[in-house]
Design a protein around this ligand. Structure first.
Ligand code: SAM
Length: 292
């Protein structure tokens, strides 16, 4: 087997060879611990029939573990300076393709069509750039891509919000948005010491397994997410206060909103954080008539 990229010594050798300097603005914190990489990849449960999409390969630390575990890997990297480095570090692997691309602007559907016709399952596996974790995850989930799920590293604080259950302080519209599409769980907590440079915050790895179908029936997904966001606009406020102040012409429609809450069997004086996803679905469906 080839020598791992992700040891402190080899990573520094590669950086020196290419005179590479980190760009904080691109969220460049590289992993230097092969055990952590091994664990991340094992949570993705890849076989040699499966494909992996990586966001931000850096110098290839995670990419090579994916190349060993999967049939094929395609990675999106925004930083052009990394392309010659990756061509060198990943030269032992013939099943990796690097795309010089901002994943937020990329047509991921098309990439999957071109690269992954011949795989069984497709997983997204990444150590995400921390300045854009939420937009990347939401883009990949809302575009209806044919992926099985994701195993991604991100700030622990965001992981806590994504996996939070109702009635907890971290539960909010992000928890609901992600749990609507996936079953979410935190699978690892990762110390700062396994990165160079070390980030300022703790990290975690979450696993998101896409649901076959949403856990609730809603008349409009857009409106369901509008209602959940409105309900958490000010966490200390009651649901009726948030809804009247956030929804269009909410104050004028206060009586109709109260009636909708009653039909949904939700006490207007409750706070958003006490409502489950089925509660929000009932509420959004009752409110739909009021706002359409
Ligand atoms: N996978 C490597 C590792 O674990 O050591 C590097 C991870 S580093 C946290 C994030 C990587 O994402 C960097 O290589 C950075 O250049 C890249 N990146 C940042 N923004 C990106 C974007 N919008 N699209 C694609 N890659 C991006």
């Amino acid at each position: 087997m080839n020598k791992d990229i992700a040891t402190p010594i080899r990573t520094k050798e590669i950086m020196n060879k290419y005179g590479f300097s980190f760009k904080k603005s691109l969220g460049q914190n590289f992993l230097i611990d092969p055990n952590i990489l091994h664990n991340i990849v094992s949570h993705a449960e890849l076989t040699k029939e499966d494909g992996a999409i990586e966001i931000g390969p850096g110098i290839g630390a995670l990419t090579e573990h994916l190349a060993r575990a999967a049939k094929k890997v395609t990675a999106f990297e925004i930083d052009q300076r990394l392309l010659p480095i990756l061509a060198d570090t990943l030269s032992p692997y013939d099943n990796v393709k690097i795309l010089h691309s901002d994943v937020l602007k990329a047509d991921v559907h098309q990439v999957i069509e071109e690269e992954f016709q011949d795989v069984k399952n497709l997983m997204v596996v990444a150590n995400l750039p921390y300045y854009v974790t939420t937009p990347i995850i939401l883009k990949l989930l809302t575009e209806g891509l044919p992926i099985k799920g994701m195993v991604v590293m991100l700030q622990k604080e965001v992981a806590d919000r994504i996996a939070a259950k109702p009635g907890t302080k971290n539960y909010g519209s992000l928890s609901i948005a992600i749990q609507y599409y996936t079953e979410a769980s935190t699978v690892m907590i990762v110390p700062k010491t396994v990165f160079i440079p070390q980030p300022n915050v703790d990290s975690a790895v979450i696993k998101l397994v896409k649901r076959d179908k949403p856990p609730v029936d809603v008349i409009s997904e857009d409106f369901f997410f509008t209602v959940t966001r409105a309900s958490f606009a000010q966490r200390r406020k009651t649901i009726i206060n948030n809804l009247t102040s956030q929804l269009p012409e909410g104050k004028a429609k206060k009586e109709a909103i109260i009636a909708a809450l009653e039909r949904a069997e939700i006490d207007p004086s409750r706070r958003g954080e006490s409502l489950s996803i089925p509660d929000f679905a009932r509420l959004a469906n009752e409110l739909y008539q009021v706002f359409h």
